[in-house]
Design a protein. Structure first.
Length: 163
């Protein structure tokens, strides 16, 4: 009987420890979850951006709906094993999948192109990279890289939570 109790106690200790040992991918997804709501921003050239973050799929993913550069875009953020992933649904009709590289302080997240659906070749225009830098709970920046025919165009926005 004592060995059963000891085993039960050990199981509880190990399971609670594993819950505390959350991966960086999950920590950053939690940061995106905390961004639920509407954000507004401007580029250095004065272009405006509006982004709405929403929890979806029972809280296992975050959806962002963006209005930038005159286009509507949707991105989904989710954890795949130990990786933080983003699938970007672009008005150009392709869907790049990007994997995050997370800084040690968890404040900078760089999503790099992995592959895409509906992309006939690497020369076709697509979002190739997205970098998020978190300043505080009410501010962050995002920089998007559009790649077409081997040339990159960058779009950067300073974002703040809408009131």
């Amino acid at each position: 009987m004592k060995s059963i109790r000891a085993a039960t106690v050990l199981m509880l200790v190990f399971s609670s420890t594993s819950l505390l040992a959350q991966s960086d991918a999950q920590k950053v997804l939690d940061r995106f979850k905390a961004m639920a709501g509407t954000w507004e921003g401007k580029s250095p050239k004065g272009q405006t951006s509006k982004v709405k973050y929403e929890l979806v799929a029972g809280g296992t993913a975050v959806m962002s709906e963006s209005q930038m550069i005159g286009d509507d875009m949707t991105s989904m953020f989710y954890v795949d094993g130990e990786r933080l992933m983003m699938t970007h649904f672009c008005p150009s009709g392709n869907q790049p999948r990007m994997q995050a590289t997370i800084s040690t302080d968890l404040k900078t997240v760089a999503f790099e192109f992995v592959d895409a659906t509906n992309l006939s070749g690497p020369q076709v225009g697509h979002m190739h990279r997205a970098v998020y830098v978190f300043s505080d709970t009410g501010h962050y920046s995002e920089e998007w890289t559009w790649r077409q025919e081997g040339k990159d165009a960058k779009f950067q926005y300073e974002m703040m939570r809408a009131k």
